[in-house]
Design a protein around this ligand. Structure first.
Ligand code: ATP
Ligand code: MG
Length: 279
């Protein structure tokens, strides 16, 4: 008697939660000759005996919007810290626009996780932005500085909040101010670490709209870490799926296709990793 064919995982149910093969999904990578804003080359990082990043290699061309996905503990934040020059890899290297991470830092805009900000600090959005541009706290704000900060706040729909106190802002408003702050130095690369986490549904939609707009820019590249599948679907040109090493790298359109979805479980049985309306 012929045995039944093995069940095909559609991405849901126990079959899709079986251990995945340690073979990376190879999708369409950026053209080799496209100028790059970021090179991550063979990056390995250990904490004690634990290998958190294992030979991670990918690159981001100028203007590309990349989503960095992966389950909790996959090493995403560790990788961002290495890109920001806050930690040094044990092996491998990171180049920002061809420069070592520390030297290229001025080309990077960073939107931290909301919890990283001391919400009691007495400051207005205007001061927060000018301080970022100057590199120190402003005692007096010049006309030019005010104009630049206001232009950025207008871009992110937060102009009316310019003179408010940061501690009074909602989660979504805070993230809009941080996005304006990150854009104020005209970065080549924007790093967004779970910018919709802890933000209510309305605020989340506004932030995803803004990110989708940035995704259309040909000059600003971005790396977005998120567990929000809607944000990925709207913004991502390419996706890197990280789980200690790079498990998939390709166009979102490839990775979200039915077949490949189950192949890498990008949004599938791994409900913890990506959620339709999650952070
Ligand atoms: N400074 C550190 N010392 C020791 N272990 C660390 C340190 N930072 C991170 N780790 C460990 O490294 C692993 C990866 O952590 P990381 O924060 O990079 O994961 P993540 O992908 O950002 O997860 P999440 O989605 O939960 O934010 C975790 O097991 C974490 O406990
Ligand atoms: Mg993290």
């Amino acid at each position: 008697m012929k045995s039944a064919p093995p069940p095909v995982s559609r991405g849901l149910g126990p079959a899709s939660r079986a251990p995945r093969p340690n073979v990376p999904f190879v999708g369409t990578r950026p053209p080799e000759d496209a100028p790059r804003v970021l090179d991550v080359i063979g990056v390995t990082k250990r904490f004690g005996d634990k290998v958190v990043l294992d030979d991670v290699t990918f690159h981001v061309p100028i203007g590309e919007f990349l989503c960095l996905c992966g389950p909790n503990g996959a090493g995403k934040s560790t990788l961002l810290k290495a890109i920001l020059g806050l930690i040094v890899p044990d092996k491998g290297s990171i180049l920002i626009a061809g420069l070592p991470a520390r030297e290229g830092r001025s080309k990077v805009g960073y939107v931290p996780q909301r919890k990283a900000f001391d919400r009691d600090f007495p400051a207005s959005p205007l001061e927060v932005i000018v301080a970022n541009v100057r590199g120190r706290w402003p005692l007096r704000i010049t006309k030019e500085e005010r104009e630049l900060a206001m232009a950025m706040l207008e871009k992110t729909g937060a102009a009316a909040l310019a003179n408010a106190q940061m501690r009074d802002l909602s989660g979504g408003e805070t993230q809009r101010v941080f996005l304006a702050r990150a854009l104020s130095t005209k970065p080549d690369l924007l790093i967004l670490d779970e910018p919709t986490a802890g933000v209510d549904v309305g605020g989340r939609a506004a932030i995803v709209d803004l990110m989708a707009e940035i995704s259309g820019s040909e000059t600003i590249a971005a790396i977005l870490v998120t567990h929000n599948l809607q944000a990925v679907a709207r913004c991502a040109e390419r996706v890197v799926y990280l789980e200690r090493s790079v498990k998939a790298w390709g166009l979102w359109s490839e990775l979200s296709g039915d077949q490949d979805l189950s192949a890498i479980q990008i949004a599938s049985g791994d409900h913890r990793a990506l959620a339709m309306d999650g952070d």
